[in-house]
Design a binder for this molecule. Structure first.
Ligand code: PMP
Length: 392
C-alpha cells in the first residue's frame, strides 16, 4: 500500500540550496532562499528578540500546555499593528489565535473556509506556490487571475473580471503587501477599488500578511487589509511574524477572523480551535512568547521597529541601485525599484536562469524570482554585469 504512493517532485528551492552549497566559487551569490540578509550576507536574530529570549529563559516557570489558541497575549498584542490602534478589534468583531507560522494560519483559514461551505478560492497568478498546494490538499478549487500586467504594474482588469465573475461560495486570497513572488503590490487607489468591489460581492476575503514592515512601513503595509476590513462584513487574516521578527524556523503566526455580528465570533473561533487540535493540537510556544515580550516592553518594541526599519531601508537601497542600472542587456531592471519586499521577478528565459547559475554562480528560482536581500552594495555590480552578459 505505501509503495503505491507516487514520487513527489523535490522542492525546487531546497534543490537550489544544495547546488549553491556545493558550488566552490568564492563569489557565488544566493538569491533563491526567501530570508532577509544583511549587507554582510547574514540572517541574524533580531537584538530585540535576543533580549526577549533571555528574559523568557530567565522568567518562564512552566512549559505546561496553553491550549489550541496558543499565547493569547501574543495574539492580542499584535492586533493594533495589524488592524490599527483605533480599530484593533473592529468593535468586538475580530478574534485571533496563534498558529505555526503564516503557513499554519493559511492552512487553518482555508480549512475553515472549506468547512463553512466555500468551494472555490480566487488566487492571483503567480502566487506563493503553497497557496495553491494547500487549496488542492483541502479539495478547494482554485480560480486563477493574472496578477501582474506586462508593464510591471498589477493587472487590475484581470482582478476586476475575476471578482465580477465570482459565484456564491467563492473566497479570494490576496497578498496584503510585498507580493511573493513578483514584489508588485496594489497601490492605495487600487486597494480602495478592491475594497469597494468586494463590498458589493459575496466573496470572502482572506488577506495573507506575511511581510508587514518589509515593504514601505508597518502602517503603510497594512493599508489594503484595513481598507478591505472596513468595507466587508466578514474576512480572515493570515499573519506571519517569521519575516518581520526574523523568527523563520520558530514558526510564529496568527489567524484572525472578522465576523459581522460579535455574537458569532466564539462559534467561528471554536472551529479554528477544533481544526488546530486535529492538525497540530497546539502551536509551538517559544517564538510567539518572545514576540509578546518584545511587544509588552516599550524599549524592546522601539528596538524591534528600528531593526525592521534598517532591514527595509537596506532592501530599498538595493532596489534603487538595481533600478538605476535600467536597461541591462535584454532586460529592464527599472521596475524593481518600485516593487516591495524580498522578491522581484526578472523576466529571464529558462536558459538565461541556467546561464546565470553555471557561468556566473548566481542562484535563483527558474521563474526568475530573485531575493533582493541576497544582494549587497558589494555584489550588485557583479549581478548587473552577469544580467547584461546572459541577456545580451
Ligand atoms: N504567505 C506568503 C506570501 C509567504 O511568502 C510566506 C513565506 N514564504 C508565508 C505566507 C508563510 O510564512 P511562514 O509559514 O514561514 O510564516
Amino acid at each position: 500500500m505505501l509503495n503505491d504512493l507516487k514520487q513527489q517532485p523535490a522542492d525546487a528551492l531546497l534543490a537550489l540550496i544544495k547546488l549553491h552549497n556545493t558550488d566552490p566559487r568564492a563569489d557565488k551569490i544566493d538569491l533563491g532562499v526567501g530570508v532577509y540578509r544583511t549587507g554582510q550576507g547574514d540572517t541574524p536574530v533580531f537584538g530585540a528578540i535576543k533580549a526577549a529570549e533571555a528574559k523568557l529563559v530567565a522568567e518562564q516557570d512552566s512549559k505546561a500546555y496553553l491550549g489550541p489558541e496558543g499565547d493569547m497575549g501574543f495574539v492580542e498584542k499584535l492586533m493594533p499593528y495589524i488592524f490599527g490602534k483605533d480599530s484593533a478589534d473592529m468593535g468586538g468583531r475580530i478574534e485571533g489565535m496563534q498558529t505555526p507560522g503564516g503557513t499554519g494560519s493559511l492552512r487553518l483559514a482555508l480549512a475553515m473556509v472549506k468547512r463553512a461551505g466555500y468551494r472555490r478560492v480566487i488566487v492571483g497568478k503567480p502566487s506563493w506556490p503553497n497557496h495553491n498546494q494547500i487549496c488542492a490538499d483541502l479539495g478547494l478549487e482554485v480560480f486563477e487571475f493574472n496578477h501582474a500586467a506586462a508593464d510591471g504594474t498589477t493587472d487590475m482588469d484581470a482582478l476586476r473580471a475575476a471578482i465580477a465573475s465570482a459565484q456564491e461560495g467563492d473566497a479570494i486570497l490576496l497578498h496584503g503587501c510585498c507580493h511573493n513572488p513578483t514584489g508588485i503590490d496594489y497601490t492605495h487607489t487600487e486597494w480602495d477599488e478592491i475594497a469597494a468591489l468586494l463590498a458589493q460581492s459575496t466573496i470572502l476575503p482572506i488577506i495573507d500578511l506575511a511581510y508587514q514592515g518589509l515593504g514601505t512601513g508597518m502602517e503603510e503595509d497594512a493599508y489594503g487589509l484595513r481598507r478591505v476590513l472596513v468595507a466587508v462584513p466578514e474576512a480572515l487574516v493570515s499573519y506571519s511574524c517569521d519575516k518581520n521578527f526574523g523568527l523563520y524556523r520558530d514558526r510564529v503566526g496568527a489567524l484572525y477572523a472578522m465576523v459581522a455580528d460579535p455574537a458569532d465570533l466564539s462559534k467561528v473561533m471554536s472551529n479554528g480551535h477544533a481544526l488546530a487540535r486535529a492538525n497540530w493540537s497546539q502551536p509551538p510556544d517559544h517564538g510567539a512568547a518572545a514576540v509578546r515580550l518584545v511587544l509588552e516592553d516599550a524599549e524592546l518594541t522601539a528596538q524591534w521597529l528600528d531593526e525592521l526599519d534598517q532591514m527595509r531601508d537596506r532592501m530599498r537601497q538595493v532596489r534603487a541601485k538595481l533600478a538605476a542600472a535600467g536597461k541591462t542587456g535584454g532586460v529592464d531592471l527599472t521596475p524593481v525599484g518600485g516593487q516591495n519586499g524580498l522578491f522581484s521577478i526578472v523576466p529571464f528565459t529558462p536558459e538565461q536562469v541556467q546561464a546565470m547559475r553555471t557561468k556566473h554562480g548566481i542562484y535563483f528560482a527558474a521563474s526568475g524570482r530573485i531575493n533582493v536581500a541576497g544582494l549587497t552594495m558589494a555584489n550588485i555590480d557583479q549581478f548587473v554585469a552577469a544580467v547584461a552578459d546572459v541577456t545580451a
